[in-house]
Write a protein that binds this ligand. Structure first.
Ligand SMILES: Cc1cc2nc3c(=O)[nH]c(=O)nc-3n(C[C@H](O)[C@H](O)[C@H](O)COP(=O)(O)O)c2cc1C
Length: 455
C-alpha cells in the first residue's frame, strides 16, 4: 500500500496554525523489513551502524532515534524462525553510547513493562536522561506473547488485560521514583521515600539519583487494543502506531485525542506517530519501480514460505513460492511462538486464498501484498507533500520512519526530503530547545515537591 493509493482531498481546517512535523528514526535491524542482502547493508550490531544512523538523523534535525525491542527469538515448528535475524544489543547500552556522540537528538528505547521492575527501569531512564542532558524516551510495551516470559523467572506470565494493569502500576511507581527528590529551598536536594503497596508491586525505598533534566523521560506507548489506548491516554506523551494510512490514521488520531481529553489531559500533549517506510526516486515511475524491487527483496522466496507457514501453522516447505496458495487447511495447534495468529486460522487462510484468487497471486506475490505497510513512494517533492498533508489533515503528528537498509537507509530522506520540508517551514531547520520534551512541544513534568512548596 502506498501513500498515493489514498490520495484525495482532505479538508484541513482553515485559519488553524500549521502543525510542525515531528520525525523519529527507527533503527533498521532484526526483521525482514531490512534488506540484508543489499551490497550496502552493514552490521546491525557494530556501534558504527548505530552512530551512523543517529548522526544522519541529528544532522537532519530529527526529534529522536528509536530502538524497538524483542526479548526472545521467535520459534516456529521447532526451529528458530528464519524471519528473525539474530543480533539485538541491549537498549540502554546502545542509547548511552549514542548519548556521547550526539548532542540534541532524542534517544528512545523500547522497554517491557511485563518482565522488568519499576525501580530498575526508573533508575535506568533517569541515568540516560542525566547522561544525555534530557533526551531520554521510553517506549512502554507490554508484549503480547507468552513465550517471551519463559526467558524470565516467571514462565509465561500474565494474560493480556493483566499486562496493561501491570503496565499502569509500573509507570506509576516509576514516576514516583522520578519524583522522589526534594530539591530543598537551597537546591542541595534530598531523596524522599517511595512507599507503594499495590496489586502488582510492593516497593519501599529511595531513588538513587536526583531528578533528571526532563523530570520524567518522554513516555511513548505502542499497543492498539482499547486497554492499550486507555493506558496511552492516561500515561503517555506519544503513541507509536501501525495506523499509517490517511483514513485509518485520522480515525486512530481522533480516537486517541478523544481518550486523552476524557482523562482531563490536553490532547496536544499526546503526539501520534505511525510507522512509515519510504522509497525515493528521481521520478514517480523510478520510485515505484524501486519500491517493487525492495518489496521483492524483503519478501524473498524462503521468507514467503516462512510467512505463510505462520498463517497455516504447518510445514509448507514442499510448496513453490512462485506457485499457487496451498489448498490444504491450516492447523490449530502449531502456532508460531512469538506471533500468535489473531483469530480463527481457517478464516485467516480463507481471506488469504480469496485475495490470491481475486488478483491471481502466487504465494510470494500474496505475502508481498498482505504484509505491505504504510509507505511513501515518490520523488522528494511528492514524499514531502504527502508527509506534510497527513500531519495537517490530523492523521498524525509526524512519523517514525523505518528505513530498509542498515545503516544508510535514512540518507536519501535526510538529504532530499528534509530540505524541502525545511524550506516550507514545515520542519525545523535548527533545534530550538535542548531536551526531547522541548523538541516535541511537551510540557516539563513539574516536580511534586516544587509544586507542594509553591502551592
Ligand atoms: C507499532 C507497535 C510497535 C510495537 N513494538 C514493540 C516492540 O518493539 N517490542 C515489543 O515487545 N512489543 C512491541 N509492540 C507490542 C505491544 O507492546 C503490545 O504488547 C501488543 O501490541 C499487544 O497489545 P495490544 O493488544 O494493545 O495491541 C508494538 C506494538 C505496536 C502496535
Amino acid at each position: 500500500m502506498t501513500a498515493r493509493s489514498d490520495r484525495r482531498d482532505v479538508p484541513v481546517r482553515e485559519g488553524r496554525q500549521r502543525k510542525p512535523i515531528h520525525l523519529g528514526a527507527h533503527f533498521p535491524g532484526v526483521n525482514n523489513t531490512t534488506v540484508w542482502q543489499d551490497r550496502a547493508a552493514g552490521s546491525q550490531i557494530d556501534f558504527a551502524s548505530f552512530e551512523y544512523l543517529a548522526r544522519v538523523a541529528e544532522d537532519a534535525r530529527f526529534d529522536f532515534f528509536f530502538l524497538a525491542e524483542g526479548l526472545r527469538l521467535r520459534e516456529h515448528l521447532g526451529r528458530i524462525h528464519d524471519l528473525d535475524v539474530v543480533g539485538r544489543p541491549d537498549t540502554f547500552t546502545v542509547l548511552a553510547a549514542l548519548a556521547a556522540v550526539t548532542d540534541r537528538l532524542g534517544l528512545a528505547g523500547t522497554i517491557n513493562t511485563t518482565f522488568n521492575e519499576p525501580f530498575e527501569v526508573a533508575r535506568q531512564f533517569a541515568t540516560l536522561d542525566h547522561l544525555s542532558c534530557g533526551r531520554a524516551a521510553w517506549n512502554m510495551v507490554t508484549s503480547s506473547d507468552a513465550f517471551t516470559g519463559e526467558n524470565f523467572r516467571r514462565g509465561g506470565f500474565l494474560a493480556h488485560a493483566d499486562r496493561y494493569r501491570r503496565a499502569a502500576e509500573f509507570v506509576t511507581v516509576a514516576g514516583r521514583f522520578w519524583d522522589a527528590w526534594d530539591p530543598g529551598p537551597d537546591g542541595t536536594g534530598v531523596p524522599t521515600r517511595v512507599v507503594h503497596r499495590g496489586e502488582q508491586f510492593t516497593v519501599d525505598g529511595y531513588p538513587e539519583l536526583p531528578r533528571s533534566p526532563q523530570g520524567h523521560p518522554v513516555l511513548l506507548q505502542a499497543g492498539d487494543s482499547a486497554d492499550g489506548r486507555e493506558f496511552a491516554a492516561t500515561h503517555a506523551d506519544a503513541v507509536f502506531t501501525r495506523h499509517g494510512t490517511l483514513d485509518a490514521g485520522r480515525e486512530f488520531y481522533a480516537d486517541v485525542k478523544r481518550r486523552v481529553a476524557a482523562h482531563g489531559r490536553n490532547p496536544e500533549h499526546v503526539k501520534v506517530f505511525p510507522a512509515a517506510a519510504f522509497v525515493i526516486g528521481d521520478t514517480e515511475a523510478d520510485a515505484q519501480e524501486r519500491a517493487r524491487h525492495i518489496r521483492r527483496r524483503q519478501v524473498g522466496p524462503q521468507t514467503a514460505i516462512n510467512f505463510l507457514e505462520q498463517v497455516w501453522g504447518r510445514d509448507l516447505s514442499g510448496y513453490d513460492p512462485d506457485g499457487p496458495v496451498p489448498a490444504e487447511d491450516p492447523t490449530f495447534d502449531a502456532v508460531t511462538q512469538g506471533r500468535a495468529r489473531q483469530g480463527d486460522p481457517r478464516e485467516i487462510a480463507a481471506r488469504y486464498r480469496a485475495r490470491a484468487e481475486a488478483d491471481g497471486l502466487t504465494i510470494r506475490e500474496l505475502v508481498i501484498e498482505m504484509t505491505a505497510r504504510q509507505q511513501f513512494v515518490g520523488t522528494p517533492e511528492t514524499v514531502a507533500d504527502e508527509i506534510d498533508r497527513y500531519v495537517q489533515a490530523d492523521a498524525c503528528d509526524g512519523f517514525i520512519l523505518v528505513p530498509h537498509l542498515t545503516p544508510t537507509g535514512l540518507d536519501d530522506f535526510a538529504s532530499r526530503v528534509v530540505p524541502i520540508l525545511q524550506e516550507r517551514g514545515a520542519f525545523r531547520s535548527e533545534y530550538t530547545g535542548r531536551t526531547l520534551r522541548d523538541h516535541l512541544g511537551l510540557p516539563q513534568v513539574a516536580s511534586t515537591h516544587a509544586a507542594r512548596r509553591t502551592g
